[in-house]
Structures are given as C-alpha cells and as structure tokens.
Ligand binder design. Structure first.
Ligand code: ATP
Length: 304
C-alpha cells in the first residue's frame, strides 16, 4: 500500500460560523477535520484566516478551546469573519449560502507557511479554498513547497463547484474523498458512466489519484486504493445530526491509515467514527477514540 505515515498534518481552508435556524455554530470542513484529528491525539496545524472582529475573536477562542494551534490563523484587517447561512429542508438536508469575500478568501503566503510546508506530510483541503485568487495562490504555493501527500475533500458547494476548479485540484491530489453524487457528476463531465466501483477506478486512473474514497451516508463507504476496491456497510446507529460525519470519517481514515492499519481496517474505523458522530449532536462532539471503538465492537454484529 502507498506509504501513509503522517507526522505533520495541515488542514487548509475555511473556518466560519454556520448560521443555523437554531443559532450559530463553528464550522468549515477543514476545521472540523482538524478538530476530529485532535480528538484522536493528533496535533494538526490549521491554516486559515478570521476577520479582526468580534466573530473572529469568538472563533479563535473556540479553536483554542478545541486545542488547536492558532499560529497559522491569520487575522484579516479588511474582510469579515465568514458566516454561512444554512437552510434545512423538511428532511433536515442542508443547503449552504456562503457569503463572500470573507477573511479566509485572503489567506496570505508567509515565510512561516513556507517552513511549515517543508515539514508537512499531509495537507487536507477542499475545493472552496480555490474560489478566490489570493487563497488559491497561497494553497498552490504551499502544496508546491511541501514534499507531503495531498488530500482533497471534494465537497462540491454550488456555485463554487466549477469543472475547471475541481479538475485542477483532482490532478494535483493523492487522496480524494467524495460522495456518490459528486463522483457521478465528475465522471459525467468526461462522459463516463458505470457503477461506483468502475467510476472510482476511472477517477483514480484518469486523475492519477491513487486513493479514492466514496462516502454513502448511512450505507457506509468504499475505498479504492492501489487498484483494489474495498467496501464497508454503514454501522447501524440512530442518526441525530449527520453534519460533520464526512469530516470525522476523513479524520478517522487518516488516523487508521497513519497507524499502519490495512485499508479494510482503516475503512471500518472511518465508518465507525462517521456513524458515531452522526449519532451525536453537532459536527464536532466531544469523544475519545475508545468511545468509537466501543461503538464499533457493539455494532459489528448488527451492521446493515
Ligand atoms: P459531508 O456532507 O460532511 O461533506 P459526506 O457526504 O462525505 O460528508 P456522509 O456520507 O454523510 O459524508 O458520511 C460520512 C460517513 O459517515 C459515511 O460514509 C458513513 O460511514 C458514516 N455515516 C454518515 N451518516 C451515517 C448514518 N446515518 N448511519 C451510519 N453511518 C453514517
């Protein structure tokens, strides 16, 4: 299997406030991934920016309380802290209205970021980081300076989901995580059809991306790695809030692979974390890895 021991992990991109009908909550996929890594005893670096405003100060306090290092959270003098309006339909499916420009659209490259890049083993980022020129430039320079692997959380968020942006990043990445709908959309751009296994294999070969992970909500996930397709069914849980399940899954997969587990074990663990988080309130509930392991052990006899 591809070398997957990650000592220094960087999460790059958006930190924000999700404005939900019930109130505001800290959010942003890279930030959620960083916090879920932290829950597993990993100390990732978060690269982002907040505004020099009350919301930014509050977000920085939240990040510090979550145990994240704030050294690479920039404070932008001109742009506000990001707020995202989250609309929930009757089945509690979310759509997002992402205001712009905001502080994380203006992440600046610095010498310190260059030093961090040089020692980074894995950079996790999403396609939203590419919607503005300054942040895109910084991310591309960071990736260029880093000898480490790249993990793209595809996370298509209209209208920031253009083929040009997504394909540019797919060509650059070693890992891609996406859901079945996103996989079909991307394959459709190239006129490719097939079942999920065929499409994951196609994506891996076409974009030279060795590891492709397809999430399926309550139905678990699949992992295409070194030309082999692994699947894991969903663990049976009572889902109370699936926001953040994908981010926790991503963190669980990194932790599993980095610990030297087989792809099957890493995938099982990632599905276990995703299911556990879906059964809890909030995108980043408090938990310990042993809580997930216990839930996996309890559920392994009752999988769908
Ligand atoms: P996001 O919406 O955060 O971008 P995503 O679409 O990648 O994420 P999901 O497929 O919703 O994420 O969830 C990620 C993983 O978490 C799934 O592959 C599954 O293993 C687990 N999971 C999510 N929801 C449930 C659920 N209701 N029951 C069991 N497992 C779940």
């Amino acid at each position: 299997m591809a070398e997957a021991k990650f000592n220094t992990i960087v999460c790059f991109g958006e930190v924000l406030w999700d404005m939900l009908p019930a109130g505001e909550k800290p959010g942003g996929a890279p930030m959620n991934v960083a916090i879920h890594l932290k829950r597993h005893g990993v100390n990732p670096f978060m690269i982002s920016a907040v505004g020099n405003d009350a919301e930014g100060q509050k977000l920085s306090r939240f990040l510090a309380r979550s145990g994240l290092d704030l050294s690479f959270i920039q404070s932008d003098e001109m742009l506000p802290t990001s707020k995202v309006l989250v609309h929930l339909d009757s089945e509690r499916n979310a759509t997002y209205e992402i205001c712009q420009p905001v502080a994380w659209d203006n992440i600046q490259y610095t010498d310190e970021l260059g030093e961090l890049a040089a020692k980074t083993d894995l950079t996790v980022f999403g396609t939203l980081a590419l919607r503005s020129e300054p942040t895109k430039k910084t991310l591309l320079k960071f990736l260029e300076q880093s000898p480490g692997k790249r993990f793209l959380d595809v996370n298509l968020r209209p209208p920031f989901d253009s083929r040009e942006i997504v394909e540019e990043m797919l060509y650059l990445t070693d890992f891609a995580k996406l859901n079945d709908e996103e996989l079909r959309k991307i394959a459709g751009w190239r006129g490719v059809t097939g079942d999920e296994q065929e499409l994951a294999g196609w994506l891996s070969n076409f974009y030279k991306c060795p590891i492709v992970c397809v999430t399926r909500g309550a139905n678990g996930a699949a992992l295409f790695i070194d030309d082999v397709f692994f699947e894991h069914p969903g663990f049976e849980v009572t889902a109370v809030d699936t926001v953040g399940a994908g981010d926790s899954f991503l963190a669980g997969l990194i932790v599993g692979l980095s610990a030297g587990n087989s792809p099957e074990k890493a995938l099982e663990y990632a599905c276990g974390v995703g299911a556990f988080v879906a059964s809890q309130h909030g995108a980043v509930p408090e938990y310990l890895p042993c809580d997930v392991e216990k839930a996996i052990a309890k559920n392994s006899g009752s999988r769908s």
